[in-house]
Structure formats: structure tokens, C-alpha cells
Design a protein. Structure first.
Length: 502
């Protein structure tokens, strides 16, 4: 199997990610939270293009995969993702210098217009109301806008109506995983040898990003330990028992998500791609073990007739171990590229941390339990999977916007990778092909996209004309024109970025 091109976690600060990015976001340079927010928009505009050219939209393959799956069952459907603390923090001041650099004029205070009956300032009602009536948004739509500095809801329409979120449910999955495990958590893959060193077992911990280079390093370390014990021939086993339940997502086999396994290499891809649709292994664990056996052979250890499935002996010892990148990096990659394999893996990692079975039901219970800790509205919410491919997923605009507001809260620095992982409008991930012709949104909007047949969603953050960082969530269902729906959602976010000038 050819080695895939390595792609770093993408964020508007170029190479900063993981611990380095956390240090930056922890105000290492003395910036206040509001300053970081505004400056990040400028840096995103200036740096993102060079940093993320390799990250492109690939969701059209998901659309085709589910359409093919649905057609085979003679029913409608089809899934794709868009191609493309007590008291709380003080209100954020505006940032006229930064906004001027972006070609906008910033007011130093928010409008004084009275709130509408639904709690929305007149400004937002005037701007968003007409846009939300766009027929391209289908038969049902909901919207929430929150000022992240104050936590105040600035706008709400159908805020608490459970709707199908598509891939925006990944925001909930990532928040839950970070809350349960922390941004520095790493997923292990180990090799264990029996007491006599005659049997070795490759044990998967659930890292879908394990690659051939890491597998080669595991083989080299294993061979060294065996040779030190005078052993040159072993029985090889592989253990993927960390996960339970069905290996297949309810959407069925397709090129956008591999069978779920605690042991796999390169997300079960059978080509040299690192993202996007690809032929997938039907047995990722066995394929990983076969590749490991070949690498052991190259290192001078004979594995005989090949690997067999089985758990490591109780008295076995670890002879090699590989750790994934920190969870912060996995979260960024999952959100930027709308990576289904990582999203499902992190739902299961959350389940394992909670002592739940690592299956869909265990993931649902564990993720929901973590979200409850954040004291956000969960009535009617059902997180049926980690990726959003399942139409049984139901969330509210209030929940999505509330989650994003929590990620910007200085009292929750562990959640910051959710913000830094959101695609940048016009530059990265699933937004690289959007906002390229609209003024006011490019580089200012960061958002997670979501699309299923008849469902279009967008949830993210934007720096508005008053220098505020706003969290927003727009959900639409009953849509018939995906392109028109995406354009309507983009117009809503762009309107937030432009704001109203006096």
C-alpha cells in the first residue's frame, strides 16, 4: 500500500497546532480573547491559502455513495457533505483597527435598537429575517446567533426545534471527546509478546490515522525486542476487540467511511489518498495485520502462515507502542475535512472513557452525557452517530450555537481545537470552494458544513462589523436544490459578517 501524503492539521495560524496552538490560544502573547478572535480572521485571510491548498472539498463522493446505496434499496435519500464559570467573561470590545485592515468600518458599540419579542435586536431581525425566507432553504429552517463574549442569544428562530444536522453533528462529537479525554489524549496502538516471546499480538486502540510509517516503526521495535530474546519466528495475532457491535455504519458500505474497527491503517483506504472517497477495505483489522506481518518479515522476523484474530495473553508484555497525534489534532482534521472515520472513532473513544461499550449506542450515551455537563439544551436531541451520516441524528440550532459559544469561552480552553478546526471561508477544507465570489465573508467566517439529500446546514463563528465573535447555526430541511441551499446559507453567514453600519 502506497504511503499517503501527510497533511497537517489546518488552522489559520499555518503550522501552529496541538500544544503550540493551545499555548498561543492561552494568550501567550498577552492578547485578550477578543483580540485573538479578530486577529485570527486577518491571519486566516493572509495565511490560510498557502497553508491549506492541499485540503479540498470531497463531499460530492459522499453524495454519490449514499445515492447509490439508496437506489439499491429503492427508496429516496442520499447523503453527502457540502463540497466544499461564574459571571462569565466580560463583553468583547470592538476591533476597529483589525476590521479596517479587512476593508470594513467598525462601530465601537453595538446598536441601541430595542430587542424584538423573540429577543433579537432589530438589526439582526432586519438582516436575517428576509434571508431566512429564501425558498431555497426548503420547508423548515431554524437559526440561532449568540454573542460568544456575553453568551447572549442575539437571534433565534425555531431555536429549540430538533432537526437533522447532517455533518454539523461532528461539532457535538468533538466537544464531547475533548470534554471526556482532553486535548492532549493520544490513542495507542501496541504490540504485545507472550511470556516466551513466541506469540506477538498487534492490538488496536482505535486510531484510524495509523499509517504505514507508524506500522513500520512498530515492526522495527518489535523485531528488536524479539531478537534480544533470541526469537526469530513467531505466531502473529491481531486484536481489534476494543470496539464492539456492528462494524458497518447504518448508511451501509461506501467509499466515504470504512467498516468501524479499532485496528486499521490509513482509514482502511486501498489507494494512496489521504482524504475523500476511496476504495475501502472490507476487513481493515486483517489488512493492518497482514501489512504488519510483511514489515516484521522485512525486519527479520518470520510470522509463518500469517496472522490470526485473537487477544493477547494475560501475561503478555508490551514490546512496542505507537501513539496517535494529540486529540486536538484529530479534532481539527475531522472538522476541516469532515472526516467521517475520525468522527466515528472519537465517538467510540468517548464511550470507552465513560465505561460504555464502544459501539453506536455506547457512543450515543457517552456523547450525550458529556454534553449534559456543559448545561446546554438537549431536549429532543439524539446523537445517533459521530459523523452525521445517520438521519436519526437530531439536534437544535440552540445546541449547535451553544456548543460553539462554549468553545470560545476562556473557562473551557480544552475545547479550543473545535474553533481552530473549523474550515475557513474561501480557503480551507469543505469551505475552500465557497465564499470565493462573495464580499465580506472570505476569511472571516469559519464553519462546519452539513448536507444530506433534502438537508443543508451550516454552523460556525464569524467576526461581525462591531468586532464581536458570533456563534451561529442555520439548519434547513426539505431542500430540493443543494447548490441553492448552500448559497442561501452562505448569504446568511455573510450578512452576519457584514453587519449594519451607521
Amino acid at each position: 500500500m502506497a504511503e499517503p501524503v501527510k497533511r497537517p492539521s489546518i488552522n489559520p495560524f499555518g503550522k501552529l497546532s496541538g500544544a503550540a496552538l493551545k499555548d498561543h490560544l492561552d494568550l501567550r502573547n498577552g492578547l485578550d480573547n477578543w483580540q485573538f478572535t479578530a486577529v485570527s480572521a486577518v491571519l486566516g485571510l493572509a495565511l490560510a491559502a498557502g497553508a491549506v491548498l492541499a485540503a479540498g472539498p470531497w463531499d460530492s463522493g459522499q453524495r454519490k455513495a449514499e445515492q447509490d446505496w439508496a437506489a439499491a434499496r429503492a427508496r429516496t435519500g442520499g447523503a453527502h457533505h457540502d463540497p466544499d464559570a461564574p459571571g462569565g467573561p466580560a463583553p468583547a470590545p470592538s476591533a476597529p483597527a483589525v476590521l479596517a485592515a479587512l476593508g470594513t468600518a467598525a462601530n465601537r458599540s453595538a446598536p441601541d435598537a430595542p430587542d424584538a419579542p423573540d429577543g433579537a435586536p432589530a438589526e439582526l431581525r432586519a438582516v436575517l429575517g428576509p434571508l431566512l425566507k429564501d425558498p431555497d432553504l426548503g420547508t423548515r429552517r431554524s437559526a440561532v446567533v449568540i454573542d460568544t463574549a456575553t453568551g447572549k442569544r442575539l437571534y433565534g428562530m425555531g431555536a429549540d426545534a430538533p432537526m437533522t444536522p447532517a455533518s454539523t453533528v461532528k461539532i457535538a462529537t468533538m466537544v464531547a471527546a475533548l470534554t471526556a479525554l482532553g486535548p492532549d489524549h493520544r490513542i495507542p496502538t501496541t504490540v504485545r509478546a507472550s511470556a516466551d516471546s513466541r506469540t506477538v499480538t498487534l492490538v488496536g486502540g482505535g486510531d484510524p490515522t495509523l499509517d504505514r510509517a507508524a506500522l513500520r516503526a512498530l515492526a522495527a521495535d518489535t523485531a528488536r525486542a524479539l531478537k534480544d530474546a533470541g526469537v526469530h519466528e513467531v505466531r502473529l495475532r491481531y486484536d481489534a476487540s476494543a470496539y464492539s457491535g456492528s462494524a458497518l455504519h447504518p448508511i451501509g458500505p461506501n467509499e466515504n467511511i470504512a467498516p468501524l474497527s479499532a485496528l486499521m491503517v490509513d482509514e482502511g483506504r486501498l489507494d494512496d489518498t489521504a482524504s475523500g472517497p476511496a476504495p475501502r477495505s472490507t476487513d481493515p483489522a486483517r489488512d493492518a495485520a497482514d501489512a504488519f506481518g510483511e514489515l516484521l518479515g522485512e525486519a527479520g522476523i518470520d510470522t509463518g502462515s500469517g496472522p490470526g484474530s485473537g487477544r493477547a495473553a494475560a501475561k503478555s508484555r508490551a514490546v512496542a507502542r505507537h501513539l496517535s497525534v494529540p486529540l486536538s489534532g484529530l479534532v481539527e482534521r475531522a472538522l476541516t475535512n469532515s472526516d467521517n472515520d475520525i468522527a466515528e472513532a472519537l465517538a467510540r473513544q468517548t464511550a470507552l472513557a465513560a465505561g460504555e461499550p464502544a459501539d453506536f449506542d455506547g457512543g450515543r450515551r457517552a456523547v450525550t452525557a458529556q454534553l449534559k455537563k456543559l448545561k446546554l439544551p438537549l431536549r429532543g436531541v439524539n446523537v445517533a452517530d459521530g459523523s452525521g451520516l445517520n438521519r436519526r441524528d437530531k439536534v437544535t440550532a440552540a445546541l449547535l450555537a451553544g456548543l460553539l459559544a462554549r468553545t470560545a469561552d476562556p473557562h473551557h480552553p480544552e475545547l479550543r481545537p473545535v474553533l481552530t478546526g473549523l474550515p475557513v471561508a474561501g480557503f480551507s477544507g469543505t469551505l475552500s470552494g465557497r465564499y470565493t465570489t462573495k464580499s465580506g465573508g472570505t476569511g472571516l467566517i469559519r464553519a462546519k458544513t452539513g448536507t444530506l439529500t433534502g438537508v443543508n446546514t451550516l454552523a460556525g463563528t464569524v467576526v461581525d462589523g462591531h468586532g464581536r465573535l458570533l456563534a451561529f447555526a442555520f439548519l434547513a430541511s426539505g431542500t430540493t436544490d443543494p447548490s441553492g441551499a448552500q448559497s442561501a446559507l452562505d448569504s446568511l453567514a455573510t450578512a452576519l459578517a457584514a453587519g449594519k453600519r451607521r
